[in-house]
Ligand binder design. Structure first.
Ligand SMILES: [Ca+2]
Ligand SMILES: [Ca+2]
Length: 477
């Protein structure tokens, strides 16, 4: 109604304001064209304005309704909150009342507890006192307990000993019981035997009486027999003498019989052997006769051959004597040539720097080579490194190197510490310097030193370079 009023009032006024020009235009058609156009434009603008206003009014109406709804909701909420506040206030009042009531109860209980606490303090003091008393009693009891424990241990020991003694006594008792049982068994046996013996005794007494009677009879018979015995004894002695004589004769005869039997057996054996020998000799005789005939034939042939050989032997003896004479002449010539040749060889080598000593010549090099190269040098000249196998040769070598040093033909390169000469012979006597050979750094070749106070041998590495001494035997050439 308000909106309609509003629209009606608005429309009416606007219409009034628009009515005038239209009316004016209607009143003046075709009079003023520009004024009509202006009026229409104004009317359109007013229409648009009205539409805008209407739209704004609708939006505001919608918002108003929304706000009214929210306001109702808020009012209901406020109402609910008010109700709740009142409920809470009532609850608060009730709670305060309860709390106050509880506080009074708690205060009363606190008083009771205080009273109880005081009572408990008193009881605690009493208990403390009683506890102290009990502690003292406990200590006393503890002391008593240790005493009792000691006594208990002693009693336990005594008890154990008694147990052992009891066991021993039990064992002895068992043994004694067994012995007693055996003795009882023996006693019953002995009693039985005693009864038997009693019976036997009575029987024996009877027999003794019978025997006494028989003994008397026998005594009489014995006297008679005693008389007979002396007679028989005399006869027995005579017969014994005869028997002894006969026994001796029998033994002699037996001995002679045995000797004769042995002789007979020997003769029989000899007879058999002789028979065999006779047969064997007969056979041999036949064979020998045949062989003798053959030998006789052979002997005749041999005599003929011997005569032939004797002739040849005589001829050959003559030839041998001639050849021997020729051989001696040639041998002497050979020795002269050898001597001449050796002296020539020595002369030639001496001219080349070699030195003569004994049956060999020696060469001391001026240059230096390894042990192997030095040896090759010597071998290329029909010689080898020097072999020092005597004191004279050692002195000669020392004198030859004269204050220097040189390789000799001694090495242990094949087996460590087994020194051998270049001809393969083993070292027997060495002239080593003190402390040598020491193989200090694989030293396998020997050198001779002629330095004063150091005249002897030393082992050094074979690859060292050194002078050397060649040795060449004159008798080999
Ligand atoms: Ca060595
Ligand atoms: Ca050495």
């Amino acid at each position: 109604m308000e909106l309609n009023d509003f629209m009606g009032s608005k429309s009416g006024s606007t219409y009034d304001r628009l009515e005038t020009p239209k009316t004016r235009n209607a009143k003046n058609p075709g009079g003023d064209t520009a004024g009509g156009r202006c009026s229409r434009l104004t009317a359109v603008c007013l229409g648009l304005l009205c539409v805008l206003l209407l739209t704004a009014i609708i939006v505001l109406w919608v918002k108003f309704n929304h706000l009214a709804t929210q306001s109702d909701y808020l009012q209901r909420s406020v109402h609910n909150l008010t109700v709740e506040k009142e409920g809470l206030e009532a609850s608060h009042k009730n709670s305060v009342g309860e709390i106050r009531a509880n506080k009074n109860k708690v205060t009363a209980e606190k008083d009771k507890l205080q009273t109880s606490y005081n009572n408990l303090i008193k009881e605690k003091d009493q208990l403390q006192t009683r506890y102290n008393i009990l502690a003292e009693e406990r200590d006393q009891l503890q002391a008593n307990k240790s005493t009792v424990t000691t006594e208990k241990d002693q009693l336990q020991t005594s008890y154990n000993n008694l147990i052992k003694e009891k066991d021993q006594l039990q064992t002895r008792y068992n043994i004694l019981a067994e012995e007693r049982d055996q003795l009882q068994a023996n006693m019953s046996t002995v009693t039985t035997e005693k009864d038997q013996l009693q019976t036997i005794y009575h029987n024996l007494v009877k027999e003794k009486d019978q025997l006494q009677t028989r003994y008397n009879i026998l005594a009489i018979e014995r006297d008679q027999l005693q008389a007979n015995k002396s007679t028989v004894t005399t006869e027995k002695d005579q017969l014994q003498t005869v028997y002894n004589n006969l026994s001796k004769e029998k033994d002699q005869l037996q001995t002679r019989y045995n000797i004769l039997a042995e002789e007979r057996n020997q003769l029989q054996t000899s007879n058999i052997n002789l028979t065999r020998e006779v047969d064997w000799l007969r056979n041999n005789n036949k064979n020998l006769t045949r062989e003798k005939d053959q030998l006789q034939t052979n002997n005749n042939n041999l005599i003929i051959e011997k005569e032939k050989l004797q002739t040849r032997y005589n001829n050959m003896t003559l030839e041998r004597d001639t050849l021997r004479s020729n051989f001696n002449n040639l041998n002497n010539l050979n020795k002269q040539l050898q001597t001449t040749c050796k002296s020539k060889v020595v002369d030639i080598h001496v001219q080349l720097g070699w030195r003569s000593f004994g049956s060999s010549i020696y060469y001391l090099s001026d240059e230096e080579k390894t042990w192997s190269d030095s040896r090759h040098y010597c071998q290329d000249r029909g010689a080898d490194l020097i072999i020092i196998n005597s004191k004279e040769k050692q002195d000669f070598a020392v004198k030859t190197v004269g204050g220097k040093r040189a390789w000799i033909g001694l090495t242990d390169r094949h087996t460590e510490n087994v020194w051998k000469w270049v001809d393969g012979s083993a070292l027997t006597t060495g002239y080593w310097l003190p402390g040598e050979p020491n193989n200090a750094g694989e030293e396998d070749c020997a050198e001779v030193m002629g330095v004063v106070m150091k005249e002897g041998w030393n082992d050094i590495p074979c690859t060292n370079k050194n002078r050397w001494i060649c040795e060449k035997s004159i008798t080999d050439n």
